[in-house]
Design a protein around this ligand. Structure first.
Ligand code: ATP
Ligand code: MG
Length: 253
């Protein structure tokens, strides 16, 4: 059996707004093994982003979240998060400086070493030649590639991706899906990937989880479709329908 990278036990998350309390995640438990690519689906508002933010260490919570066996007490660079938002880069820093930022935070100070890391990460996402561009000079797809390079360059144990391709056109999205799969295989990392797109989950994932209200897991199964996954696979339609009915089971179509 592979190593357990993420172990979540009895995770409960409540937001307190003024006098109101809202329960977002209730007693959620989940384990993810090394080199799994877990795709997380579920209706809007069921707590997917909140779940990722808790794992990344951005939120307080009740229960336990362990990465490699140690309790998560705040953000650390062994877990990196990529957001949907095209504005997740520092607008005043160049592409290269954005990618180097987490490296600097991790203690790397040597200019040559920083450059070697950022050059490598940028070439993985095919952005060589754009090192000195600023975010406003890039397309949405290029910004997401910088965010991916930034997340991967420290070789984290786990990458959390929150609908990173949702705002991209279909062609760019396909291109980035291919790149993320290449990186995942090359870097042997573990991924937790939120998407609203069933096809994307089936193309990318090795395992699919569907959440409902309060983070209740209603489906958790390996993605056994033969890679590379195509809708022409005879089992594709059946798996697609099963996921669709798990996502829409509570009727908020
Ligand atoms: N900072 C906050 N304070 C109070 N409530 C919040 C906060 N952030 C999120 N919520 C609430 O938590 C619930 C879950 O939100 P979350 O963003 O995790 O859902 P989601 O599954 O990611 O939805 P979507 O698919 O639309 O991105 C929502 O009801 C939202 O209003
Ligand atoms: Mg969300």
């Amino acid at each position: 059996m592979s190593d357990i990278v993420l172990s979540v036990t009895g995770l409960t998350k409540t937001y307190h707004d003024h006098s109101e309390q809202s329960l977002i995640l209730k007693d959620l438990s989940l384990q993810v093994e090394e080199h799994e690519f877990v795709c997380l689906l579920g209706p809007s508002g069921c707590g997917k982003t909140t779940f990722l933010r808790c794992i990344a260490g951005f939120e307080g919570y009740e229960g336990s979240i362990k990465i490699n066996g140690s309790e998560r007490k705040g953000p650390k660079n062994d877990v990196m998060m990529v957001f949907q938002d095209f504005n997740q880069l520092f607008p005043w820093k160049t592409v290269e400086k954005n990618v180097q930022y987490p490296l600097k935070l991790s203690g790397i100070r040597n200019a040559g070493e920083l450059k070697a890391h950022s050059d490598r990460a940028l070439s993985e996402v095919r952005l060589n030649g754009y090192e000195h561009y600023y975010p406003h000079q890039l397309s949405g797809g290029m910004k997401q590639r910088v965010a991916i390079a930034k997340a991967f360059c420290l070789k984290p144990r786990m990458i959390l991706m929150d609908e990173p391709f949702a705002a991209l056109d279909a062609m760019t999205r396909r291109d980035l899906q291919k790149q993320i799969l290449e990186l995942y295989n090359k870097e042997h990392c573990t991924v937790l990937f939120v998407t609203h797109n069933i096809q994307e989950a089936l193309i990318l994932g090795t395992r699919t989880i569907v959440l409902q209200k309060e983070g209740r897991i209603v489906l958790d199964e390996p993605n056994l479709l033969k890679k590379p996954v195509t809708p022409a696979d005879p089992d594709y339609g059946t798996v697609w329908k099963k996921l669709e009915s798990a996502i829409y089971m509570e009727g908020d179509r």
